[in-house]
Design a binder for this molecule. Structure first.
Ligand code: FE2
Length: 384
């Protein structure tokens, strides 16, 4: 993984304390969906993912089917139940399409399970060894917020395409990739007053540290507010911001998410690109809808917001505005980002596309413009 260390200061803290849960990166993200075959087509066509592996009736499974897609270091697994009595089907019935598993790549899945469950994690899956002609993988899993799960994947003794039990998925349909590189961060929405509970859980159970916080004084609009704390592991490769709703005059987007997802869950995946203009132009051509642009004043203020990084910025502001790309800066550099509309029928999960040009933050300077844009969408849905 070549993800930049986002919080270099953290390295020393973990070295001194001993990181009991070393993580190499994100291994895969699994969605439970209503129709995996069609979802796979959507993520290939619109987001440029490539076919990687498949498991289903043809590979001996009776109860479910999974399609695995890849783009650079990002792997998505789309899974659907084949029977009415499946917990996968129950998950979809309750939450709609959404993220079930955030899988983390580790060197020792057994130790990861022991370290976390001994610190209070609720087990999802005891360590199991799965093997085929390409070697073996050990996986284990624990629950995090809501019904979401962290799987630990130990694959150092495996050289197959994905996991034992999956066959290579050969497809003649290969839409071109759009430059998505790796998962930059994944955000969880939790219910009222639960943020600090989960912050403490990530500290105690996973050994993460809280390296950025935003309160409702910083993140608010005329109508709504939210609180957010960003949790990071020791090498900075895994970053999980956790949001909770805060009181406002109207229903906040976090509350809308919790209502429609019927509980806590993953709000968005931020996917990194090296060329956001090219990536977003391509996504728009392929029919992906983004949040509507902020007003002209937002773009007029960009040079001031960039401050000393103005000189370093290569992108043309007019071009960014044409594509509704947002810009923010911190002391280390600037970043470019944009948010899709929800990717399924319920107003729940969406994607962020992000290009970091040195900046290590999460676009706090854009929050207000972003939330006002979301509120205009909420208003159209009658859920503000
Ligand atoms: Fe984000």
């Amino acid at each position: 993984m070549d993800t930049k260390d986002i919080a270099p200061g953290l390295e020393k803290i973990f070295k001194d304390a001993g990181d009991f849960l070393p993580l190499n990166g994100t291994d895969y993200v699994e969605f439970y969906v209503g129709n995996a075959k069609q979802s796979a087509h959507f993520y290939k066509t619109a987001f440029g993912f490539q076919s990687l592996a498949y498991a289903g009736l043809e590979t001996g499974l009776k109860d479910r089917v999974s399609y695995v897609l890849q783009q650079d270091k990002i792997r998505l697994v789309l899974t659907t139940a084949l029977t009415s009595d499946s917990p996968i089907g129950e998950h979809v019935k309750k939450h709609g399409d959404g993220v079930k598993v955030i899988a983390l790549w580790v060197d020792d899945a057994t130790k990861s399970f022991e370290e976390t469950t001994s610190r209070g994690a609720k087990p999802f899956m005891e360590p199991i060894r799965e093997e085929d002609e390409n070697g073996y993988v050990i996986r284990s899993g624990i629950y995090t917020y809501g019904e979401t799960v962290h799987m630990f994947v130990e694959r150092k003794n495996y050289n197959g395409d994905f996991l034992p039990g999956f066959k290579k998925w050969e497809s003649d349909y290969k839409p071109t990739a759009i430059g998505l590189k790796f998962v930059d961060h994944m955000v969880g929405n939790v219910g009222w007053n639960q943020m600090n509970t989960w912050v403490k859980w990530y500290e105690d159970v996973m050994g993460f540290v809280n390296f950025l916080s935003f309160d409702d004084k910083q993140i608010h609009t005329e109508y709504s507010a939210l609180m957010s704390k960003v949790m990071s592991n020791g090498n900075g490769r895994i970053k999980f911001p956790i949001n909770e709703p805060a009181k406002g005059n109207k229903r906040s987007q976090i509350e809308e998410y919790i209502d429609f997802y019927e509980g806590s869950g993953v709000q968005h995946l931020a996917l990194a690109t090296d060329d956001i203009i090219k990536t977003v132009r391509e996504l728009r051509e392929r029919g992906i809808e983004f949040l509507p642009p902020p007003p002209q004043a937002y773009y007029d203020e960009i040079p001031a917001r960039l401050g000393t990084h103005r000189e370093a910025m290569k992108e043309d502001i007019q071009q960014l505005q044409k594509l509704s790309i947002l810009v923010d800066a911190d002391e280390d550099g600037y970043l470019l980002q944009i948010f899709t509309k929800p990717l399924e029928d319920r107003p729940t999960l969406f994607f962020e596309i992000i290009q970091r040009m040195g900046a290590k933050g999460f676009g706090a300077g854009n929050f207000k413009a972003l939330f006002e844009s979301i509120e205009r969408e909420q208003s159209l849905r009658g859920t503000l």
